[in-house]
Ligand binder design. Structure first.
Ligand SMILES: O=C[C@H](O)[C@H](O)[C@H](O)COP(=O)(O)O
Length: 231
């Protein structure tokens, strides 16, 4: 099975969790895109749900496919968020933000009773950190914020380099207009400690460590679907 087929399989399993009337968080990325596609098929068949998109890309996709949307201002509590991840460990801790959407994704997941992660098997790791950790920062004071982030990394026992994310030769801007520092760390020995340290840095808007948010992960493998937690 191709990676794309595995992602679609995980998405299909998550769509089966959706019940009429649910208020959904709609994730971002190539795996979440399959979920929105498959959800839209059920909506066309008469399923009544409403969704909060976690990015402008997901908003555009959902609108195009006719999935009814709302905001967290109108609907501050959600039943279920389904989203992808860049890495998942056995304790359901995640790295997210490969597409730069982790700020809105974290807000939406935090407003949701359940967060189910969908992914292909390559995303499951023993130790988080092989995927560079995205850290969203405001552009004002970048040099000083960067130094404070470096200190937080060192305090949490992490070593590595920070790179300002670029796209098409220019600094990448998130949907909220901020920059991303990608921290190539190799391994994160204590994700909780690192998350707490980064939370304390003024200038950091949000980092891609999701801890205590995912309630389950649906991982599609070539041997079938593996579920972590309670979907
Ligand atoms: O910012 C992007 C999101 O956190 C994505 O959910 C994450 O990068 C996984 O994306 P994909 O399903 O494309 O691997």
């Amino acid at each position: 099975m191709s990676l794309e087929a595995l992602k679609r399989e995980a998405a299909a399993q998550a769509v089966a969790l959706v019940r009429p009337g649910m208020r959904l968080g709609l994730g971002t990325g190539s795996t979440a895109k399959h979920f929105v596609d498959l959800l839209a098929e059920r909506v066309r068949d008469g399923l009544d749900v409403v969704g909060v998109p976690t990015s402008e890309a997901t908003r555009a996709q959902a609108e195009r496919l006719g999935v009814r949307l709302t905001t967290l201002d109108e609907t501050p509590e959600l039943d279920l968020t389904v989203d992808g991840a860049d890495e998942i460990d056995g304790a359901l801790r995640l790295i997210k933000g490969g597409g730069g959407a982790h700020l809105r994704e974290k807000i939406v997941a935090s407003a949701s009773r359940r967060m189910v992660v969908i992914a292909d098997e390559t995303k499951l790791v023993e130790t988080l950190g092989r995927f560079p950790l995205p850290i969203e920062v405001v552009s004002f004071g970048l040099g000083a914020t960067r130094r404070a982030v470096e200190a937080a990394l060192a305090e949490a026992g992490c070593a590595g380099t920070l790179t300002v994310r670029e796209r098409d030769g220019a600094a990448f801007r998130t949907d909220s207009g901020n920059l991303i520092l990608d921290a190539a760390l190799g391994r994160i020995p204590d994700p909780e400690r690192l998350a707490e340290g980064l939370d304390r840095v003024t200038g950091v808007v949000e980092h891609g460590l999701f801890i205590g948010l995912a309630t389950a992960a649906i991982l599609a493998t070539s041997q079938g679907v593996k579920v972590l937690g309670e979907p």
